[in-house]
Design a protein around this ligand. Structure first.
Ligand code: URP
Ligand code: ZN
Ligand code: ZN
Length: 474
């Protein structure tokens, strides 16, 4: 019997192929075609294999393809003291995507000492429904009481298992030593990690008092009000508590080689301790406080002397820094100027969610020679692992299709007119940087390409973090 002539059905086209580029992960690089379908990476093919049927192709020849950035330290619409930063999840996520960050982790910091960490976290989880990219959240506990353990468990129920505590800002958000110990203990029972802002409050208050007496409490005197040793002292104390409890601890925005070395030494003793730094602590030095606009650089800890910055960069090259977070705070020039005469009153923090990639890349890779693999570790892979976000920070089959394509040789001069954060200045105005994303793919959607930005709408998913259930760094 003659058989009917049936043509086999051709496979359905996949959403996207990215061909010709070099795929770089934190542990490898290779030329490969990346296949993307329904929000996921479905495979990596050898470049010699013909492209499967596809709806869209991006030619990444001569360029790198890296995982979308995971920003572990991002304040969105943050209220600290009398000032509220002007961004929201929509603005912050659009700026993040322009800058190659496809996952932002915000902080739920209670606006006043008595406010509930849970209410703040629940409100931020709600606000995050407007995000254009995926988000996660850190909690913040200011004081421990009988409800503390229950609060930690309820935060975990919201998917929040990383809790920030401040060792400074007394009277506002500072947690005392006993609160830090109790929260660290409770976090162990939910597979969580304490995030610590480490500056010794008594030293800082004394330095501020002396600066005020000298008439140096304005923005130009900021560095003198928060000495390096304040950071060393606080890191030392918290590390001892972590060691005593056998609890993991992550130090946000470390700025000094001494502080980083304390963490490294503790790690060698078996303490699960981790170091984050920020682009501004690697790229700028304290001469910024001598310029015309010192208020633009007021952040805590402050920008450090050039020799300290150089030593911190060496720590990045030797692998002693684990992550780079932006510590994004979008206050405006008007807000920064309002109490420029008194750093104890003015809003702290710098805008940076959009410039995290080019500032860190320019300094560490282009200038200092850090490997691209190590850059990917700092920018995406390690923040994903330490925050327990599977599917993030890696270009591999099965991972989320969050990708950045860039040409490391393409320079751009920074201008606030070309940035998208909800502020009117950038600490990097006029600087020439490399490492700008050219294409950004978020959840499989091409949100940035040669035609510009394509707003995907409020599609960001609210991720649950589970640090200790994942693979911590060793
Ligand atoms: O100056 C800073 N870093 N402001 C933001 C809040 C914080 O301490 O992380
Ligand atoms: Zn902090
Ligand atoms: Zn911060």
């Amino acid at each position: 019997m003659p058989q009917p002539n049936v043509t086999p059905a051709s496979p359905a086209p996949i959403d996207l192929v990215i061909h010709g580029g070099t795929v770089v992960n934190s542990d490898s690089r290779r030329k490969a075609t990346v296949l993307v379908d329904r929000g996921r990476i479905t495979g990596l093919l050898d470049p010699s294999v013909p492209l499967p049927p596809h709806t869209r192709a991006i030619d990444a020849s001569g360029r790198y393809v890296i995982p979308g950035g995971v920003d572990p330290h991002c304040h969105i619409g943050q209220t600290l003291g009398a000032y509220t930063a002007l961004d929201n999840y929509e603005r912050a996520s659009v700026a993040a995507l322009w800058g190659g960050t496809t996952t932002m982790i915000d902080f739920a910091i209670p606006g006043s000492p008595g406010a509930s960490p849970l209410t703040e976290a629940a409100q931020r989880r709600e606000a995050a429904t407007q995000s254009r990219c995926d988000t996660a959240l850190h909690g913040c506990i200011v004081s421990w009481d009988d409800s503390g353990s229950e609060q930690v468990h309820q935060l975990a129920g919201l998917g929040v298992r990383t809790i920030k505590m401040f060792t400074t800002y007394s009277g506002r958000v500072m947690a005392n030593a006993s609160t830090i110990l109790e929260v660290m203990r409770a976090l162990k029972s939910v597979d969580g990690i304490a995030y610590i802002h480490a500056e010794h409050d008594h030293i800082i208050r004394d330095a501020q008092h002396s600066a005020a007496e000298r008439g140096a409490i304005g923005a130009g005197g900021h560095a003198g009000t928060r000495p390096l040793v304040a950071e060393t002292a606080a890191v030392n104390e918290v590390l001892s508590v972590a060691e005593y409890l056998d609890a993991p601890v992550y130090f946000v925005h470390q700025t000094t080689p001494e502080a980083v070395d304390l963490v490294r030494a503790a790690r060698h003793r078996g303490v699960r301790a981790y170091t984050e730094t920020c682009p501004h602590y690697l790229y700028l030095d304290e001469s910024v406080y001598l310029g015309e606009h010192p208020e633009r650089f007021v952040c805590s800890p402050p920008i450090r002397p050039a020799a300290t910055v150089a030593a911190l960069r060496r720590r990045a090259l030797t692998g002693d820094i684990d992550t780079i977070g932006s510590d994004n705070c979008c206050y405006t020039t008007e807000q920064k100027l309002d109490r420029r005469d008194d750093v104890t009153e003015m809003p702290n923090g710098l805008p940076g969610v959009e410039t995290r990639m080019p500032v860190a890349f320019t300094q560490l890779v282009a200038a200092d020679g850090l490997s691209l693999e190590r850059f990917v570790a700092l920018f995406a892979a390690n923040p994903a692992r330490l925050n327990g976000l599977p599917g993030k920070g890696v270009v591999a089959a099965g991972a989320d299709a969050d990708l950045v394509i860039f040409d490391p040789a393409e320079p751009r001069t920074v201008s606030i007119d070309r940035l998208h954060m909800a502020t009117d200045y950038t600490p990097y105005e006029g600087r020439e940087l490399v490492g700008w994303p050219q294409h950004v793919i978020s959840g499989g959607r091409v949100v940035l390409d040669e035609a510009g930005f394509h707003d995907p709408g409020p599609v960001g998913r609210r991720l649950h973090s589970q640090p200790l259930a994942g693979q911590l760094l060793t």
